[in-house]
Design a protein around this ligand. Structure first.
Ligand code: XMP
Length: 326
């Protein structure tokens, strides 16, 4: 039987009971697979890797070593949440690496989108590999592969790519949610006790804010983007749009316009709001954000975020615009 094919008889996990049954089954399977060996997991804090981490902690406790690489391109508060939930909440064996300087130094002056993506993906493997080499006795690599990843590609997530690790470091894979669809992964995450903010998170690209800080990334503009994005998320939370909109974020281009603040000339970057709905990310429509919400967001971003002097709204569906700007 092809272990990468979802059996026709497998029930869709839509209830707490089905999620609990799945968890029991996988806890047993993982214990059998890994025995007393150690398992390594790149824990980004996204839904899939978080659910795998919680599941494996339940199955094998401290035999799981989670590595969270902060590439400096995370949204505001994300790395802190990983530490809070996994280290403090679940007593995980967590290695936290703040690699911000390494990533930002490598990205300095690089404006071409594909080059930026390659640098971020490549450096991630290097940092992860350095950590893996410091550990002994690790035989397994856990991955948050889910069923759409298998259907759409070769089943290996680019940023957790075992193929990118050196030859002598070949691990056996542990992929407990690889036959699940996203909604099922969320259901399992809830049953494992992960917080709603983590389980219901909107998709976030592997290269993170790197593809939203357009052109060559600078620390000051990245900081402005992160703060503006946090305000957008807060306001969407307050007005309830966060539960309705599929993906929403801010992009900040690398040019300035003239403005005025406190009676003086104030040059700043524009913050561009994008809020889209889709089912498969292949095409997307635009969410109609109420004007009152837009005015509040504009007011807060221009008052609270240094370096931003305008707020714009992107009304472009996909196609013709992709969801991300880069
Ligand atoms: P686009 O911009 O192609 O995005 O319309 C479609 C969806 O994919 C996400 N995305 C990425 N996810 N690595 C990822 O893991 C990437 O390099 C990447 N680029 C885009 C994007 O956020 C949207 O949900």
């Amino acid at each position: 039987m092809d272990s990468n094919k979802r059996p026709d008889t497998m029930k869709r996990i839509t209830t707490r009971e089905l999620a609990n049954a799945f968890i029991d089954e996988q806890v047993k399977a993982v214990k059998e697979q890994v025995g007393d060996k150690k398992v390594l997991l790149a824990l980004s804090g996204g839904v899939d890797s978080s659910v795998v981490a919680a599941l494996l902690i339940k199955a094998i406790g401290k035999q799981l070593i989670c590595v969270h690489v902060n590439h400096g391109l995370m949204r505001k508060g994300e790395s802190e949440q990983v530490i809070e939930v996994f280290e403090k909440g679940l007593d995980a064996n967590l290695i936290y690496i703040d690699a911000t300087d390494r990533f930002l130094d490598k990205l300095k002056g690089v404006s071409e989108p594909e080059k930026k993506r390659k640098i971020i993906g490549g450096e991630f493997i290097v940092v992860f590999d350095e950590e893996a080499r410091k550990l002994t006795d690790v035989k397994f690599l856990a991955q948050g592969t889910i069923y759409p990843d298998i259907l759409e590609s070769d089943g290996v997530k680019a940023h957790h790519n075992v193929g990118g690790l050196p030859e002598e470091m070949q691990f056996e894979l542990v992929e407990p949610v690889k036959l699940l669809y996203k909604d099922e992964v969320r259901e399992v995450g809830r049953a494992l006790g992960l917080p709603d903010e983590m389980v219901d998170r909107q998709p976030f690209p592997g290269p993170g804010l790197g593809v939203r800080c357009l052109g060559a990334i600078t620390r000051d503009r990245l900081h402005a983007l992160r703060e503006a994005d946090a305000i957008l998320r807060e306001e969407f939370e307050i007005c309830g749009l966060s539960k309705k909109v599929w993906q929403y974020f801010v992009a900040v281009p690398d040019f300035k316009s003239v403005g005025v603040k406190d009676g003086k000339r104030y040059e700043g970057w524009p913050a561009i709001i994008r809020a889209v709905n889709t089912t498969d990310a292949m095409s997307a429509t635009i969410e109609e954000i109420p004007y009152a919400v837009l005015h509040k967001i504009t007011d807060r971003i221009t008052k609270e975020v240094d370096g931003i002097n305008r707020v714009c709204l992107d009304l472009t569906p996909k196609p013709i615009g992709t969801i991300e700007w880069e």
